[in-house]
Design a protein around this ligand. Sequence first.
Ligand code: NAI
Length: 332
Amino acid sequence: MKIAFFSTQLYDKTSFDHTNAAYGFELVYNDMPLDEQTAQLIRPGTDAVCVFVNDKISDKVIAVLAEKGVKIIALRCAGFNNVNIEAAKNAGIQVCRVPSYSPEAVAEHAVAMILTLNRKTHKAYSRVREQNFSLNGLMGFNLHGKTIGVVGTGNIGKAFCRIMLGFGCRVVAFDLVANKEMEALGVEYLPLIEVLKADIISLHCPLNEQTHHLINAYTLDMMKKGTMLINTSRGGLIDTRAVIGALKTGQLSYLGIDVYEQEEKLFFRDLSGSIITDDDIQRLMSFPNVLITAHQAFFTAEALSQIAITTLNNVQQLIKNGKLDTQAALLV
Ligand code: NAI
């Protein structure tokens, strides 16, 4: 049984090869993303393709996959906004994902971004190495007692709420459904408009038609002047131009993003010798109060291992039984 991987990085090969010892699939690794052209490279007898966050699985790609006899699209990630689910359903291709591999990995990265932006440890590190021991410009604020607004309290949002409660913060949240376990821990569910008034806002909802550009000029205006905004979910939740505007006026005082709307042209590559033509990311990188990481929130040893185990297990179960034990992992 053959699985063709796309957008493969060295760390993917390492963890999948290690895990595959227990499964015995034939794994074919491709570095390039899956698109209409690269789909043509899929060899006969390939049962499944394994893709990541920036592989755009459009109806046209799905048509090529169907033609090649591919039966399964296995996402090695949680989010699935990049797959045309309807087209897969119509083509009779099953789609599975890794609904929860290590929510703590992403939640902890969101917290790392908050602490870095607040206490400026990235600047202090460089400064001290230059033998500059001055504290000017490094002042932060106590997290204890501040209000944290969380949008989306699923697996990652819940892990994030727990950490922030531990810091002694007041945690307010917006979700389509309030979570009883979180309420018992002290999280207050409020309408979105109220949650946007928090000192720090962290986004943990999926990207879909309802949440696209959830943060826009209008919602930015509802925030307190000086808010910190963190996005470790998907770039499309934020209208980048509106956020740049809010950073210029000081409406937003800090921005931490691990995801970016146009990231597929940039992230997971070394472009240090290239000219970046995306003016929006260049503008964002020019702000001293903006921290950008290149979609690394998931990137822990524990998460990679769990991703490989769940993905190979999903493919094995779908090939053997046509269904999965974990319903949340099966999208079609
Ligand atoms: P999840 O499915 O467990 O939770 C999502 C939560 O968002 C649910 O509680 C849901 O009810 C809520 N929600 C849905 N629509 C909403 C709306 N319109 N407003 C407010 N809440 C809404 O998902 P999980 O595992 O917590 O992941 C969240 C997102 O994080 C994923 O969709 C993915 O895009 C992103 N992610 C990012 C990673 C990274 O490395 N940066 C890694 C893994 C996931």
